[in-house]
Design a protein around this ligand. Structure first.
Ligand SMILES: Cc1cc2nc3c(=O)[nH]c(=O)nc-3n(C[C@H](O)[C@H](O)[C@H](O)COP(=O)(O)O)c2cc1C
Length: 285
């Protein structure tokens, strides 16, 4: 079985040449090594996540230091503009209004969080090409994260699974509601009926839309090799933060969400779960 070697490919266990050769032979193995071993499964979840006891980082300053400087509070800094207001008011919340949002609000969520803001000409070895830069940073400007949106309550749009293409400025319906066989509420650990009872009760039901960010490791591994997985996680974090800040700007609730069963989430989007995987969800409403 493929997964067996994932446990022996550690730095100490095999020679450097073998690690490198292995990597080139099977492009995704390093990302898969971590990703596969960090998936949540319904039948073993109670063992995968022993919720207590767990450690909490100390808030104190742990190191000795030479000098100290007071940092003024938000109020003392006194920048009364929208940007600072949004930063200050972003909060994770499941307390969605349960109401429809307008198509224009959805467009703002998409465009402001991930749209194209500059077309840049790059010249390299007498070869020129254009890169469409977006509102979020991306390792090598490869934009390897796909932005899926499950739409539940958006005025004028059918419910279903959509994909946003910043490149083409288009939102496309890729799965109609009736074609989706995995119920959304069975994807989240806290909403699954057979869940670990310790986990709190949250629900997607009242969310207007659920952003689902997936990584396609191909392009990042082609360019960055062993570092690709880090870049993918960071890029999805940048997009997620943008979505939450835009939600705050629009006075909507949102929350970053990683407590899902991976196989169900990947199935929901139709991803293979190895070279393409769901990393994060952000319900908004
Ligand atoms: C990577 C990441 C994953 C998270 N996953 C979940 C989750 O699965 N379920 C949940 O209720 N909250 C989740 N949260 C939200 C955190 O609980 C929340 O960010 C934290 O309590 C701090 O609150 P704040 O975001 O309102 O500042 C996640 C946050 C991050 C950054």
């Amino acid at each position: 079985m493929l997964s067996k070697k994932w446990f022996v490919n550690s730095y100490n266990a095999i020679k450097v040449d073998d690690r490198v050769n292995e990597f080139f032979k099977e492009r995704f193995w390093l990302a898969s090594l971590y990703h596969e071993n960090s998936k949540y499964y319904p039948d073993v979840f109670y063992k995968q996540m022993p919720l207590r006891p767990y450690s909490i980082p100390e808030e104190d300053i742990k190191q000795s230091y030479y000098e100290e400087y007071e940092i003024p509070s938000f109020e003392e800094l006194n920048d009364k503009n929208t940007f600072v207001h949004v930063l200050k008011n972003r909060r994770s919340s499941w307390d969605f209004e349960g109401e429809e949002i307008s198509f224009k609000e959805l467009c703002k969520l998409l465009q402001y969080s991930s749209g194209i803001t500059e077309v840049k000409k790059i010249t390299n070895n007498n070869h020129s090409f254009l890169i469409n830069k977006r509102t979020y940073p991306s390792g090598g400007a490869l934009y390897a994260i796909e932005i899926y949106i499950y739409i539940q309550k958006v005025k004028g749009l059918k419910s279903g699974l959509y994909l946003f293409s910043p490149q083409h400025n288009k939102l496309v319906l890729i799965k109609r509601e009736k074609d989706i066989t995995t119920p959304l509420n069975s994807i989240g650990i806290s909403t699954d009926e057979e869940r670990n009872p310790i986990v709190s009760e949250d629900s997607f039901e009242k969310a207007s839309a659920v952003f689902m960010l997936s990584a396609n490791f191909k392009h990042q591994t082609d360019k960055y090799g062993l570092r690709a997985y880090r870049l993918a996680l960071m890029e999805s974090g940048h997009i997620a933060q943008n979505i939450m800040l835009v939600s705050t700007f629009l006075q909507k609730k949102s929350i970053p969400f990683t407590g899902f069963y991976d196989d169900r989430a990947n199935l929901f989007l139709g991803l293979d779960g190895v070279s393409e995987v769901v990393l994060c969800m952000i319900p908004v409403g």
